[in-house]
Write a new protein. Structure first.
Lengths: 198, 198, 198, 198
DNA sequence: ACAACCGGGACAACCCGTTGCT
DNA sequence: AGCAACGGGTTGTCCCGGTTGT
């Protein structure tokens, strides 16, 4: 890896955490300078603009999450196990200091929905991937007679994701994990209700 | 009502919508001037600072929501009806242009959690009220043998609120109501599962 | 005295102290509101502008000082006694809370010399009066063969006034009266050297 | 000297003159922009705040004055010659365009005594140095039996400085040098009276 | 070629003295 | 006499390039 690529990667990694904590508009170049240890010139040499860096940082965070889901799903064959893995991974991810600022999809969606079309578009794509992933699991489970045929896969995806995101918001707001745990327990029971066998 | 109080009320009302759409940091005094029709001096005659106005605007929005919940609960006696009313009110509220920017609690929680202690505190208080309201309904239902005694009222509150907030975020992100509807349907069924089976 | 004139007088009196402490530019209308207990409108009803009030306040202070000199010179016949009275009055005046901010002539001269032509003009007139008063005493003493004929009355005035003003500045700077006392002692001896008899 | 240091020095030099003429509060960033030829961003790259720059500017002026005194005292051995050099240097300094606005100690003391604690502290330190310098000369002269043993060195310092400062104020007020000359002549004679009569 | 420096200028929030209207 | 609105002024921060140095 060239030195340039290494520096670029370093900037993205540090910036991602800062953006996720302070928000896009709330993060100043000075914040990024402090986090990366580089001067403005050093950063602008790798990114055309703050937007450019924000895009890269968001992509980095989402790739990181996708990676964790991939690993978690590795070897899980039944739809039930896979859905549980999704929930567990989502909540486990928030232990990582990288997501100290909360869920990037949630944060970015809230901040950008009325103000930053570029970011919003990127969040939409990311959210589509996530929803599709969950819906696919459901459809796969239905095909295998594992999950109830009456389920709407898209609705299940919405419910799972919405509940997780909402509980992340609440736990961040209070600074404790109570709401995370409540929602996780609920979702695990919810997943059971999706299965064929009574 | 004095002219001063009238103007102040007008400013709050307009500012509330702008803050909720653009976020606290994303809203400039120029935006507020445009929304209210007043010049800077006129606004600062009624509020000591942007913070001061932001607090007032948030309180206004939350009071408005509380009002809607109060009205919706009027006359609903059974716990089931009351919980349904909460869900329906939450979703109906988002039809109002005032909440065009999404749920104020969600938006403010996400933006302020790592940056604006004053706002965060206010959101916590508001969220406490909301959670308490739901939990009370559950406890009341349990006392009347209407809801399952095994339920944890706080968990029900978390699940209900988290699911609603998460789905609001998703529908705002995509600009459609699909996710709102999915979550609403799910929650109505969820409420049924809380009841003592007759 | 009409109520209007009373209010006007009250404003001037309070404003004079504030202006003298904070300086002309350093005093805001809010400061004047706090000092007078009136609202902006109430003040502007009596004075066309901040300048207008500043002029009146300066004049008030200078008149007040002139009054004290007049009283102090009452009955003092010899030039020596009269010069001593001038020095003693100058230093005694600074005990009054009205001059808590220092000497108005000094303060206003320093602040306005390069910035506020109107005030500067007023200070010049006041300073002329003061210098003339001292010089007259000297000339009178020379005519009576009480003071040395070789003295330049204008120089004596300059020296007396300059030394007093400089020492006021120093004592204000340090917040103690040491320099006031040093200068006073010096000036009393200096006055002795002006007299004919060895 | 690096370009940064050069620019910083340029800013200080220009700002010093402006601050000394218009006063600290009377000087706006716009004035400083005009004087330095830089835009606000350029200035704030070198100084954290207006205060920061004001401190640097005051220090620059005081250092400049100290430098002149050092040079003037070079080679003057007798206390009498040294005191004369102090007086002559003080008055000669005011010919320099840098001190066009008057004496920085006087101006800053008057303006800051009731309003700007930071500046006042700095003036105090500067004034202490100046007073100490004069008092040391007196003590040195007394040890050499050149000056009267009865003198209070601190009083002499106060008298010399006060008279000079007061006369600077008066000459600035009128825009002529008459008062400067009067005071200078007086002080030279005063210094003679301090000497042991041969 | 890449990091740093340094200047720019638009914009931020906020305060000012002032004026009509009530 | 006071309230409420004004609009230009304040300091300070923002993101971003052009140039310089390594």
């Amino acid at each position: 890896m060239s030195k340039a690529a290494l520096t670029r990667s370093h900037i993205i990694q540090q910036a991602a955490g800062v953006f996720n904590r302070l928000g896009y508009a709330g993060t100043s170049m000075a914040d990024l300078m402090a986090a990366t240890g580089l001067k403005k010139g050093g950063i602008y040499n790798h990114f055309a603009s703050k937007d450019d860096l924000a895009f890269a940082a968001f992509d980095y965070l989402f790739d990181w999450m996708q990676q964790r889901y991939s690993e978690a799903l590795q070897g899980r064959l039944s739809a039930r196990d896979r859905l549980i893995a999704v929930v567990e991974t989502a909540y486990a991810s928030h232990e990582d200091p990288l997501l100290q600022g909360g869920c990037p999809l949630l944060n970015t969606a809230i901040e950008s929905d009325d103000t930053h079309a570029g970011l919003r578009q990127r969040v939409r794509v990311a959210m589509d991937r996530w929803r599709t992933m969950v819906a696919k699991i459901v459809r796969y489970g239905q095909k295998n007679d594992e999950l109830l045929a009456s389920l709407d896969p898209d609705e299940v995806a919405t419910v799972l994701i919405a509940t997780m995101e909402g509980s992340v918001m609440m736990s961040k707001l209070y600074g404790d994990r109570t709401h995370l745990i409540h929602a996780r327990n609920h979702l695990l029971r919810y997943i059971d209700t999706l299965c064929e066998t009574a």
